[in-house]
Design a protein around this ligand. Structure first.
Ligand code: 13P
Ligand code: SF4
Length: 357
């Protein structure tokens, strides 16, 4: 990075002192991670935001839905800042609140809404989290999806009963967790396509399903393929394949280990020196992990997949601008969720934070 910019960042950070707390998601650029007080996966960062009531400003180096969640979990006096408002998430954008409300009407018309509970991935707008809270559901992240699903099924008669979960918006995380964590079969899962009438499903299909998966996916993780796993195993004998659960089911099935970004880091920390790893997640994280473990061989699962373009919007110039503005007494890019949505989204987020484990 430009040394002048790094110097300005240091000065602004020092001037803010304990008035500010900087959170950095594991997919952020190194130049940004260097200024993070805490790094983490989505779950850890949500907990960290909730645990810092003394910080006047939470600078969230991550994407929009994370900053919204931080605003919901912090006090009204605290201000959450997203250094670049264009840092969205293509997966979160695949579920709009009006589409979700329409989908619920489809479930009502099919006579299944009463036995369905929403489980919503953190990667969603505050409005959809609020919908989830209003309908008695929970939020989950990639690190607690199985516990969240078990809890949700318990609310509607248990995993072996006839109740259903509407899982939004990542079909892959929902399917992977249902099949691998809960022992369900592919026949238990249907995909609800919000662009099609009735979600593209018949009422009978909705009645028979246990997992109604929203048709959404991550544009980064969706690009890894089973072929990548086969190829790396052929090229690097004995390689351990470690992927994020936003990958397609065939990729997750072919891998050796599956988990959140924090899990990926912990696995490499615990790995034997000399061992080989192929990692299927965003590139900033994989590069950082590789650099932290020169005694291990770290490969990228597919060299044509790369950064999450929206995570990468947060760069040092934006962070410096946000911090210097705060120093000058001007809050820029504040993220504020409207009070009613914030209330109900908090109900769903608190439900997640109260899950066992
Ligand atoms: P985690 O950090 O919770 O594993 O999530 C990954 C992700 O895609 C965040 O956008
Ligand atoms: Fe969204 Fe995927 Fe980027 Fe995560 S990696 S922020 S899910 S687009």
């Amino acid at each position: 990075s430009d040394p002048d910019l790094v110097e300005r960042a240091r000065a602004a950070r020092a001037a803010l002192g304990s008035r500010a707390f900087v959170l950095g998601h594991h997919y952020q650029r190194d130049e940004v991670i260097d200024f993070a007080d805490v790094t983490g996966d989505s779950f850890k960062l949500a907990r960290e935001a909730a645990a810092r009531p003394e910080a006047e400003f939470i600078l969230f180096c991550g994407v929009h839905f994370m900053a919204e969640s931080a605003d919901i979990l912090t006090t009204d006096a605290q201000q959450v800042v997203l250094p670049d408002l264009a840092a969205g998430c293509s997966m979160a954008d695949m579920a709009a609140i009006n589409q979700v409300e329409d989908a619920w009407e489809v479930l009502q018309d099919a006579g299944v809404a009463d036995v369905t509970i929403p489980v919503t991935y953190m990667n969603s707008s505050a409005a959809i989290k609020a919908f989830t809270g209003r309908h008695g559901g929970t939020i989950c992240t990639s690190s607690n999806a199985e516990v969240a699903l078990r809890w949700a099924f318990d609310q509607v008669g248990g995993v072996d009963g006839t109740g259903k979960v509407l899982f939004m918006p990542d079909q892959h995380l929902g399917r992977n967790t249902a099949l691998r964590g809960l022992g369900m079969s592919p026949a238990d899962c249907v995909v609800f396509d919000p662009r099609k009438p009735n979600g593209g499903l018949t009422d009978a299909e909705l009645r028979d399903a246990r997992m109604i998966l929203w048709r959404g996916h991550c544009s980064v993780h969706g690009r890894f393929s089973e072929r990548n796993v086969t190829d790396i195993r052929a090229a690097v004998p004995g390689v351990n394949v470690l992927v994020h659960p936003e990958c397609k089911n065939e990729v997750v099935e072919a891998a050796d280990y599956v988990g959140s970004t924090e899990y990926i880091i912990k696995m490499l920390d615990a790995a034997e020196p000399g061992s080989s790893w192929a990692i299927g997640t965003e590139l900033n994280l994989v590069r950082r992990v590789a650099r932290a473990h020169p005694d291990k061989q770290v490969h990228y699962l597919d060299s044509t997949v790369c950064f999450c373009s929206t995570m990468n919007r947060i760069d040092l110039p934006h962070l410096v601008w946000a911090m210097e503005s705060l120093v000058a007494g001007r809050t820029v890019n504040r993220i504020v969720v409207d009070a009613d949505d914030a209330h109900w989204a908090r109900v769903a987020l608190d439900q997640m934070l109260a899950l066992p484990g």
